[in-house]
Design a protein around this ligand. Structure first.
Ligand code: F0G
Length: 457
């Protein structure tokens, strides 16, 4: 088998700054040891997120010039709406400026104090939106999804026994909807199978509970289904996506991921009464229903990007880049979530740094070590992002301490990945010297974004 090449060539370049270790030490100290507070120009390879960081295709740039900026009923809206309907099959399409705006509208309209929202794993903004509306956000990830090193094809699946138990415990009347996140970002970018979505839907239908899909990486999930689930080897990614959405009553989407756009999102649903209420909230928070929080040119770019994300050859290449890094790191014994996810490689920081206790945030220790060594920015998904406090106010560690190397779409080449592997190998060989951190400042919500840290001696 020959090398899988990038299915594009480069027409425009963007310089990156190569920095010294001394420069990075100063920058990280000034950022209170929180990589979210670094200047992007000080990160020569930025793997903080795959969200809004992708490169647009020539067709997207061309579409951008066609942006119809009419306030109401623009041509760009028509293209956006018909593309989203074509993929999701949903009757109502509401454009939003990004995914969390769709989540916010969903929560503000449907969630009341005392409600419970099950999900395979809530992403941080989803959890925050549900909790802000007064709900308890519960994660019901399957058992294998909780074991980083265990090989299984669909580690993003929901544990359907726990879903039944959750409905029994809290009562269907307190569950306004259940969510499934595809792929499951928080648990390692792991896919959810069609069989699991179907089973969840059957359970929910028996209790009259609607299903909402968090669809940010629906095309990557469709690729995994084609590669791993029986009966889908010949099915187009568009048809697989359509099947996924066919089990849902609504979906939230961040077009910054599988919309291959730098901004954008949407909320879709079938129910007319929901749509009416969503629309009222959309006008209040985002904009008129035919542009939401977006410019006409953004709607154009997304309409093209959503279909490009469903291109099979693009997904083959995308997956190959993730596998490339895995193949370099695996022989060294570097602990990571296996199998690797769709948009990222997740290092297991707890296994990487067993000498750092969870509440000294091994994920932050590893993120900062990788930055200092090579100017590479990645992100902690562990006790800082997902930690909780018990009733006595004691901090409770998250079940997993992961570090995510998320890959922007169509941005970095194979030599960038070679460099990345070299840096991580160096950090691995010097891991005993890596320290933990403590928080010196934290806000009430989403503390990972703005918190300040100090190294623990
Ligand atoms: N749901 C999931 C599964 C996500 O990964 C994200 C964003 C959102 C919802 C919210 O979308 O950013 O457009 O408001 N994830 C980004 C990340 C930020 O880095 O994983 P948004």
């Amino acid at each position: 088998m020959r090398t899988i090449i990038e299915p594009f060539r480069i027409k425009m370049t963007e310089p990156i700054k190569v920095t010294t270790r001394q420069h990075r030490e100063r920058a990280l100290t000034a950022a209170h040891y929180n990589v979210f507070l670094l200047d992007a120009e000080d990160c020569c390879i930025d793997l903080l997120t795959d969200s809004g960081t992708g490169a647009m295709s020539n067709n997207q740039w061309a579409a951008l010039m066609l942006g119809d900026e009419s306030y109401a009923g623009s041509q760009s809206w028509k293209k956006f709406e018909s593309t989203v309907k074509n993929i999701t099959g949903m009757r109502h399409v509401l454009p939003t400026h990004q995914g969390r705006a769709a989540e916010g509208i969903l929560a503000q309209v449907l969630v009341k104090k005392g409600h419970v929202i099950p999900n395979n794993s809530h992403f941080d903004t989803t959890r925050a939106n549900m909790e802000f509306a007064g709900a308890l956000a519960v994660d019901l990830l399957c058992k294998e999804g909780m074991e980083p090193a265990r090989m299984a094809p669909f580690k993003g699946n929901m544990d359907t026994d726990r879903l039944k138990e959750c409905i029994r415990q809290y009562g269907a009347e307190n569950i306004p909807f259940c969510m499934i996140t595809v792929t499951n970002n928080t648990g390692g970018g792991q896919p959810v199978s069609v069989a699991n979505i179907r089973e969840v839907k059957t359970i929910l239908t028996a209790h009259n509970i609607p299903l909402v899909i968090d669809a940010c990486r629906f095309a990557e999930n469709a690729y995994f289904i084609r590669a791993r689930e029986n009966g889908y080897a010949e099915t187009s990614l568009l048809d697989i996506a359509a099947e996924i959405f066919s089990y849902a009553d609504a979906a939230t989407m961040s077009c910054k991921k599988d919309g291959l756009a730098n901004i954008g999102g949407f909320l879709v649903c079938n129910d007319d009464r929901w749509a009416e209420q969503f629309k009222n909230m959309l006008i209040l928070r985002e904009g008129f229903p035919t542009y939401g929080g977006l410019a006409g040119r953004d709607l154009e770019v997304i309409a093209v990007g959503l279909m490009e994300a469903l291109d099979y050859d693009y997904q083959v290449y995308r997956h190959a880049t993730v596998q490339y890094l895995r193949k370099k790191m695996e022989p060294l014994g570097i602990p990571m979530v296996r199998p690797v996810g769709g948009h990222a490689v997740f290092l297991d920081a707890r296994a990487f740094l067993p000498h750092v206790p969870p509440l000294q945030y091994p994920g932050i220790g590893l993120v900062n070590a990788i930055y200092l060594e090579g100017g590479i920015r990645c992100v902690e998904l562990g006790s800082v992002m997902f930690g909780k406090f018990d009733e006595q106010g004691n901090e409770v560690a998250a079940p997993l301490e992961l570090v995510r190397l998320a890959f922007p779409r169509r941005v970095y080449t194979q030599s960038h990945f070679d460099y990345l592997a070299e840096v991580i190998e160096h950090v691995w060989h010097h891991r005993d010297a890596i320290n933990g951190y403590r928080l010196t400042y934290q806000p009430n919500f989403l503390r990972h974004f703005t918190g300040h840290f100090q190294p623990v001696d």
